[in-house]
Design a protein around this ligand. Structure first.
Ligand SMILES: CCCCCCCCCCCC(=O)SCCNC(=O)CCNC(=O)[C@H](O)C(C)(C)COP(=O)(O)OP(=O)(O)OC[C@H]1O[C@@H](n2cnc3c(N)ncnc32)[C@H](O)[C@@H]1OP(=O)(O)O
Length: 244
């Protein structure tokens, strides 16, 4: 899913940049036209998918040592090619005045980030979202099971997006997890919904588990609209592309 920001979000991002200084300089007003962003994103996400496959292949490979060494040399050469033109730091969040935003480095939903789990979050209504994905060897904690921190990471993202609804800026204040049973690697599903709101505080409940089976991890989170980022919700808020 690709998420785009409307004018209210652009305003909020500008406030955020000005208020938080260097840290939030990663929110970048960037007038790259949307069709060009879409084109680049498609190519970059294809590369990230291939690199994710490379990560899985590396973990599970049993080829001889000399073959591992030869592959390493080829991978180093590929990295050097990519480094011919680089950003000076992380990718940050970009947005243009057409209402498109892109966060290709995000640890969960960054389409250029091969370390990110292969998550596509679907917002079926404001305050409700789900995602289905298959987690492989790169996300292992206990043998054959999803790492608890990976579950927390993915839940934080879906809960944050649910609280925000791409209409307002929200940040995780408190996240509480109950690991009820181990979660096997393979197909998993997350669900999140807003359970309550009080002023700038939004409570979100979420779960992750094997699709159709009992919950493996339950989560409750308090997400805060920072005092410096309150947005007029009567303006057009966050919107999503047709892919959403
Ligand atoms: C762009 C769209 C993207 C949309 C998509 C977004 C998806 C992102 C998903 C990833 C989410 C992340 O990883 S976010 C990254 C991890 N989180 C962070 O880095 C947040 C770091 N903390 C902060 O920046 C700040 O502490 C805030 C923003 C959380 C709160 O600051 P504030 O706004 O100044 O809050 P403040 O006025 O002091 O307090 C307001 C009320 O909330 C309470 N409160 C304050 N902090 C907390 C807290 N941590 N946990 C519980 N309650 C708290 C106070 O007691 C007070 O209650 P009362 O007295 O009124 O009762």
């Amino acid at each position: 899913m690709v998420c785009t920001a409307g004018p209210a979000a652009s305003g909020a991002l500008s406030v955020m940049r000005e208020t938080l200084g260097m840290t939030m300089e990663m929110f970048i007003h960037d007038e790259t036209p949307t069709d060009e962003v879409d084109r680049r994103e498609k190519v970059l996400s294809g590369l990230a998918d291939s690199v994710r496959d490379l990560v899985d292949a590396t973990i599970r490979s049993t080829v001889p040592d000399d073959e591992l060494a030869a592959v390493r040399a080829e991978v180093a050469a590929l990295a050097a090619r990519l480094r011919r033109q680089q950003l000076p730091g992380p990718a940050g969040v970009h947005y243009n005045s057409e209402g498109r935003s892109w966060n290709w480095g995000n640890a969960v939903v960054g389409l250029g980030n091969a370390v990110a789990p292969p998550v596509e979050i679907v917002h079926d209504a404001f305050g409700s979202a789900y995602a289905e994905m298959t987690l492989g060897a790169a996300y292992e904690g206990p043998p054959g099971m999803v790492h608890g921190g990976v579950s927390a990471l993915m839940l934080d993202q879906i809960m944050g997006e649910t609280a925000s609804g791409f209409k307002r800026l929200t940040m995780t204040g408190t996240l509480t997890l109950r690991y009820r049973r181990p979660l096997p690697l393979g197909p998993v599903r997350m669900d999140a919904r807003i359970a309550g709101e009080e002023g700038r505080k939004i409570t979100v409940e979420a779960r992750i588990g094997v699709p159709g089976e009992d919950t493996a991890v339950e989560a409750t989170g308090l997400f805060l609209i920072p005092r410096w980022a309150s947005v007029d919700e009567t303006e057009q808020g966050w919107s999503r592309s047709a892919e959403g």
